[in-house]
Design a protein around this ligand. Structure first.
Ligand code: ATP
Ligand code: MG
Ligand code: MG
Length: 554
């Protein structure tokens, strides 16, 4: 079976292979900048690049695009490696850093100067912008454009040696200030930045720009298909210009695809970092975050993410994917493998008045109704139980079929019970129900075959364990948080109710030893995991991964 669903990029790669290009090799790369944690948009790119390599027997490099020292950090490098591995991909020994190429990139820049294709410009950043022109207006040549090769080499050496201040000079490619493509109007390829780099320290005070470093890194690594998002379409001629100007032996093909946009969230590291810094969330791995680490902590299984990335497809048309499609993939993955257990989120005590005091019996309950191979667990039943507060109404409306005074319901895997009395405190709040059970209904049916309209989950009060459960909703209240009214930023759309913590839940004893990160279906409530960071055997904490109901229209 194919690793990747069919898409236009896969078709291009297949066509290239048929035509015998690149000696039948497929080499791709995933090139993150280590300036933040990966998000689900990156997962799309990872699945595509690693997926193509896997499908066609090639390799995919992991390359850190670490050419901008200001915002980069080793913390991000480590998180990116962890996330790619967790998603199920392996770069083997193909781990690269653009910063390892600084010496070669510098040499390429000198070669451009020698070939008369680059010059040191002494305009300020602001002047460069003004000279650049606009989409409708051609740019103007820099007054420094015609410096001699010797003068350029000399000045560039001075830049490298730290003789100048930031902004005093830059190195620019000499292309065409009248080009209708603004990115070809003598782009800056090196700038002075007196900043320490997380890998090269203070070795350099000049750093290459993305457009220059990226195509040459691709070429040095022998990348065959350099896949990027659509915003780089205009830069494609520049990508080729550098490689042509330097006559690199390897000349990769750049292919653009539409980035993933997901409803009710933002997929931009710049924005996500703001949420972390202003503490709108608890960190990069907050289970509400669209980051890979957030989704992992939330309990989303990696194969559900891969399925999602495959199903959304790869195209050149910008669009917004509904987040319910992700939830659908998560449910699909968990339904088959998550064991079923009973948990009461908002407990209401039930006393079975005709059940012997002090007695606890054990009922046998399957861990998965459709998969006997998953086995079963023992569920204790006693005189005092908890049911869900919402499952009882003193004065029920017509369509409420669950427990009410005088009514009989089934307790899942247990007995039929009938509510006889409602006990209230001084404030008039219901604190307890007094019920009777039918000993003949053990296991969920009666000899007379009488019907009940509801089956409810419950736990035994004496043996249940306390737990905290976190219920998450969308992080933002609107499908596209980037759309705001005048003067506001995307954070104005944050959902103040995206996290609800239920402090006083009760879980059946089977969950007492649940492993960190393990995933369960709480019957009638949804899929949950044991929070990998905060849960301990003494203080259980669960996250709701998704609810049970599917709202995504297929
Ligand atoms: P951001 O806008 O979130 O900062 P970026 O593109 O600047 O993202 P990089 O670290 O440069 O982040 O991304 C690494 C790779 O992931 C790039 O090839 C980029 O095209 C791809 N990528 C980033 N965001 C998305 C997305 N939303 N959908 C698909 N691919 C993406
Ligand atoms: Mg980038
Ligand atoms: Mg970015």
């Amino acid at each position: 079976t194919p690793v990747l669903a069919s898409n236009f990029i896969k078709n291009i790669v297949e066509e290239d292979l048929r035509a015998g290009k690149n000696n039948g090799q497929v080499t791709t790369r995933f090139p993150p900048e280590p300036n933040g944690y990966l998000h689900i948009g990156h997962a799309k790119s990872i699945c595509l690049n690693f997926g193509l390599a896997r499908e066609f027997g090639g390799v995919c490099h992991l390359r850190f695009d670490d050419t901008n020292p200001i915002k980069e950090d080793v913390e991000y490098v480590e998180s990116i490696k962890r996330d790619v591995r967790w998603l199920g991909f392996d770069w083997e020994d193909k781990l690269f850093y653009a910063s390892d190429y600084f010496e070669q990139l510098h040499e390429y820049a000198c070669e451009l100067i020698r070939r008369g294709k680059a010059y040191v410009c002494s305009l300020s950043t602001e002047e460069i912008r003004q000279y650049r022109g606009t989409l409708t207006e051609p740019g103007r040549n820099s007054p420094y454009r015609d410096r001699s090769v010797e003068e350029n080499l000399d000045l560039f050496a001075g830049m490298r040696a730290g003789k100048f201040e930031e902004g005093q000079h830059s190195l620019r490619a000499k292309i065409d200030m009248a080009s209708p493509n603004v990115s070809l109007r003598d782009p800056v390829i090196y700038r002075i930045k007196k900043a320490a780099h997380h890998r090269t320290g203070d070795t350099w005070c000049i750093y290459p720009m993305y457009d220059f470093a990226h195509c040459l890194s691709d070429a040095m690594e022998g990348i065959t298909h350099s896949i990027c998002t659509l915003e780089f379409e205009n830069n494609r001629p520049l990508y080729h210009w550098f490689l042509d100007a330097l006559e690199t032996p390897c000349h990769p093909e750049q292919i653009e695809f539409a980035r993933l946009n997901l409803s009710y969230t933002v997929l931009s590291k710049r924005k996500l970092i703001q949420l972390v810094q202003d503490k709108s969330v608890s960190g990069w791995d907050d289970p509400r975050m669209p980051t890979i680490s957030g989704l992992r902590r939330r309990g989303v299984p990696p194969d559900a993410l891969r399925t999602f990335c495959d199903r959304i497809g790869v195209s050149r048309a910008d669009s917004m994917v509904d987040i319910s499609m992700l939830e659908h993939c998560v449910r699909d993955a968990l339904n088959v493998r998550a064991p079923r257990v009973m948990v009461v989120l908002k407990p209401l005590k039930v006393v079975i008045t005709n059940y012997p005091e002090g007695q606890v019996e054990e009922l046998d309950a399957p861990l998965h109704p459709e998969n006997p191979d998953m086995g079963s667990r023992k569920v204790p039943f006693g005189r005092e139980l908890y049911i869900e507060r919402d499952d009882f109404m003193e004065d029920p409306p017509k369509k409420f079929f669950r427990l009410a005074p005088g009514r009989e319901v089934r307790l899942r895997y247990g007995y039929y019970i009938t509510c006889r009395d409602v006990v209230k405190n001084e404030q008039g709040e219901i604190v307890e129900l007094r019920c009777i059970y039918d000993p003949a209904s053990r296991g969920g049916g009666t000899p007379d075959g009488r019907k009940v309209k509801a089956t409810m989950h419950w736990v035994c009060a004496q043996t249940a364990k306390p737990a905290r459960v976190r219920i998450y909703s969308h992080l933002f209240t609107v499908p596209n948080p980037n759309e705001t009214s005048e003067g506001l930023d995307f954070r104005a759309n944050l959902n103040p109710d995206s996290l609800e913590v239920l402090e006083d839940c009760r879980v059946e004893p089977h969950l007492a030893t649940a492993e960190s990160g393990s995933r369960w279906q709480f019957e009638r409530l949804g899929y949950f995991n044991v929070d990998p960071a905060d849960s301990t055997p003494q203080d259980l904490v669960f996250n709701r991964i998704v609810s049970l109901r599917d709202t995504w229209a297929k």
